[in-house]
Design a protein around this ligand. Structure first.
Ligand code: GLN
Length: 295
């Protein structure tokens, strides 16, 4: 029998079952099938209502190829080329890390800081290692008055971030450079979700489809965080804050580093899973209280 004719006969329900047979979660299979059908991911009810509809051969083939890629570990967001972060739909692909819900903790903390008295009407905010632009765009969308700058060392990541900014009509200044190398001036708030996974961490194997330079940072995962903490004081206004995302077991060490470099009010915040996921502190300015080293 002709193979294409057989494939042509598959129903939505059978296609989903085939994908689950490859090891996919039912939800992932549904979202990929909606993507192959050109339907929004809010249309899962449509799939239920059309369980016995036959798929066109081209749709089935597209869906099956996506399912195989998902089964081999590619993030769903790369296959559907989209991820919602802080309510903002973003384009993502293999040029950038997929934004994680954990990182919304950092955005919420940054917004809390920006809502405090003492902030000027247009606070200067810097996002280091912006990737898809998730943090910078979520902040600018929620607090349009911000003077938002976002940096990334990857030209390819910046192309993604710029297109996400354009898609949402958000004015962010983008700079290509490593951490502070190309950054001038001072900021009221610096935020970053830098790479922080130790280079020998076995979890990296499961993340092999995402850019390694956005994930891994030296033997203890803290190489980039150390650099950011060391260099931030010369880019913060007095009373400015530095807020960092870090690994599940790095809060104590990041807080130590912040104190060693003269930050005060050093504290951590937990993500939705209750893990201390972000740490930060206030830079009083040179001559301020609590400075142990200006280095
Ligand atoms: N939270 C990510 C993970 O462990 C890592 C992100 C990062 O290194 N900034 O999957």
């Amino acid at each position: 029998m002709d193979r294409v004719l057989v494939l042509n006969g598959l129903t939505c329900g059978q296609a989903l079952a085939t994908a689950q047979g490859l090891g996919l979660e039912r939800l992932d299979a549904q979202l990929l099938l909606l993507h192959a059908l050109g339907k929004p991911d809010t249309d899962r009810a449509w799939l239920l209502a059309h369980d016995t509809d036959s798929l066109a051969a081209a749709t089935w083939q597209h869906f099956h190829a996506l399912s195989q890629r998902r089964a081999s570990g590619e993030p769903l967001a790369y296959l559907t080329e989209g991820k919602e972060f802080f309510g903002l739909p973003l384009h993502v692909d293999a040029r950038v890390l997929v934004p994680r819900p954990d990182t919304e903790t950092l955005v919420e903390w940054a917004l809390d800081r920006l809502a405090r008295s003492g902030m000027p009407p247009a606070p200067q905010v810097l996002d280091l290692g912006t990737g898809s632009g998730a943090i910078a765009l979520a902040l600018k969308k929620t607090a349009p008055g911000l003077d938002m700058t976002a940096v990334d060392a990857s030209e390819q990541a910046l192309a993604v971030a710029r297109s996400n900014a354009a898609r949402h009509g958000l004015a962010v200044s983008f700079i290509e450079g490593s951490w502070f190398d190309k950054v001038g001036g001072h900021f009221h708030l610096i935020v970053s979700n830098p790479p922080y996974v130790a280079q020998a961490d076995p979890h990296l194997a499961a993340l092999r489809h995402e850019p390694l330079q956005a994930l891994s940072a030296g033997p203890d995962g803290l190489d980039d965080i150390r650099q950011i903490i060391t260099q931030s004081p010369s880019h913060l206004h007095p009373q400015g804050w530095l807020l960092l995302e870090h690994g599940y077991d790095q809060a104590a060490e990041v807080c130590n580093l912040l104190r060693q470099h003269g930050f005060t009010e050093v504290q951590s915040r937990a993500d939705l899973a209750g893990v201390l996921r972000c740490s930060g502190g206030c830079w009083q300015g040179l001559g301020g209280a609590g400075i142990k080293t200006a280095g």
